[in-house]
Design a protein around this ligand. Sequence first.
Ligand code: CA
Length: 238
Amino acid sequence: MTCEPAHVLVVEDEPHIAVGLRFNLEAEGYRVTVAGTGEEALERWDRQRADLVVLDVMLPGIDGVEVCRRIRRDDPRVPVLMLTARSEAEDRVAGLASGADDYLTKPFHLDELLLRIRGMLRRSAWYRPERRSGDPYRFGDNQVFLDQHRAVTPRGEVALTDLEARTLRVFFEREGRVLSRAELLETVWHLPADAETRTLDNFVVRLRRYFEPDPARPVHFLTVRGRGYRFQAGNGQG
Ligand code: CA
């Protein structure tokens, strides 16, 4: 595959971490831009989009959560990997709620970071626009192209984030079966099973707004009281 090297925007205010990230990402063949503050990150982003963003949450000035929110407003699809401190569980939740696709806690293993980045870029339709194949997953009046992070719904076309696509994939794979919140949090969100579930509920509300004929009366993304969720492809009784 001979494409342009993927462009990674690294937002990190700790110089030694930033330098290490640049060195190792460049060694992997990526093109790297480093920003030391949230303001600088948004400036860089405005000047030139990246294929992936590595984003520290704790930044002086505009913090990582806000940076992520603004990047998401521009581009629903660019993969965003957040870096959080181990003690900042609520930051992780806020980060994912603001549109990040995944997170790593500091101190992280470099191999793990590179693995995540590789996986996120692989899944990103951005990185492989040639891959316009694949039948959509159909339910109701919706067609979902998971590989392209794209869906066609009666309300229009939706660009899916990596996290949305991953969540949908699990729902589709377990069609008709109950998915517990803990399982979703652990397998898709990489959050501890006892993490705050409000965020997950809000996330499902967003999926309903995309795909349900009447989001207030879901027929596809059903809440199973006290247990979790069940996805039903067919219209009707559920
Ligand atoms: Ca920091």
